[in-house]
Design a protein around this ligand. Structure first.
Ligand SMILES: [Cu+2]
Length: 100
C-alpha cells in the first residue's frame, strides 16, 4: 500500500512538472523586444517621459529610452499588448515613434 502511494505521488510530480515546463515555454515565446525610433527627444527628461509612458502600457515588461540614439527599447508580452499600442503610448506622450 505505501508503495502505491509513493508511485502515485511520483506520477503527480511528473505531471505537474511537464505542465509547468510547457507553461514556461509558452510564456517565453510570447515575450518580444522591439526597438522604436522616437522623434522629438531633445533633453535628458525626454527619455524618462518616454520610458514612463511605455511602462504604463499593460503587458510591458521593461522599457528604456536613449537620448543619443533617439530610440526606445521595449520588452513586452505579445499576449497582452502589441507594437501599435507601444507607438500610441509614446505618441500620446508627445513623441511619435516607429519600428526601427
Ligand atoms: Cu526633453
Amino acid at each position: 500500500m505505501p508503495k502505491k502511494i509513493l508511485f502515485f505521488l511520483m506520477f503527480l510530480i511528473a505531471i505537474n512538472g511537464s505542465f509547468f515546463q510547457s507553461a514556461m515555454a509558452a510564456d517565453k515565446d510570447s515575450i518580444k523586444t522591439v526597438t522604436l525610433a522616437v522623434k522629438n527627444m531633445t533633453c535628458r527628461m525626454c527619455p524618462i517621459t518616454i520610458r514612463k509612458s511605455l511602462k504604463k502600457v499593460d503587458g510591458v515588461i521593461s522599457a528604456s529610452a536613449d537620448l543619443d540614439s533617439k530610440t526606445a527599447t521595449v520588452k513586452f508580452d505579445t499576449h497582452k499588448t502589441n507594437i501599435a499600442a507601444l507607438i500610441a503610448a509614446t505618441t500620446n506622450a508627445g513623441y511619435p515613434s516607429s519600428v526601427k
